[in-house]
Write a protein that binds this ligand. Sequence first.
Ligand SMILES: [Zn+2]
Length: 219
Amino acid sequence: MKKKSPSSRKQADQLCRWLRLFYTKGWVTGTGGGICTAMGPETVLMAPTGVHKEEVTPSDLFVVRRRDGTVLRPARNRSLAVSECNPIFCTVMNLRGAGSVMHSHALSAVLAADLAGPRDFLIIDELEMLKGIRGVSNQAKHAVPVIPNTARERELTDQVRRVLEVPAGAESFCILVRNHGAYIWGDDLWETKRHAEIYHFLFEAVNARQDRLRGSREG
Ligand SMILES: [Zn+2]
């Protein structure tokens, strides 16, 4: 049976709930971060930029065209602007077939990107939680792409497009941005939430292991 898509009202409520949840986890604090979800094959529901994400309500959300990010319906509050992530979100949806994408400013993501050193990928392995990523086993050497930061969020779009075409990162549902955070996606809001929880756990795990290693070398 074909999966019934939830109503746009239900999706809007869920998206706002996820923002509140992500805020409590420290992933979208200080007005940073964001989220979007597909409403159908053509349209995407998207959070606004520059606002306290834990306060966002359904009437603050934008509807954009998935193909190119054009705003089709602005937020009811006309002083709001659509997420700075708009072109990045649309790029991930169009190139990876994602149904929802979140953007995190978590400290654990910033520190995990540091661990990649000069390399373009962070390799994560030997963790049971890897199984929480669709198609990945706990035996995997999971390669997460790492890209440099830019002055403006939207300037990341070309790098995101390029890195999504690199075969080594094909199993990843995440891109780390140095000194900034991460983009994480899934089939829908639920899978994006699961992947966000899994990847943030993995970031914390690799950081903690690195700290322990450093401690044992110094001790
Ligand atoms: Zn950001």
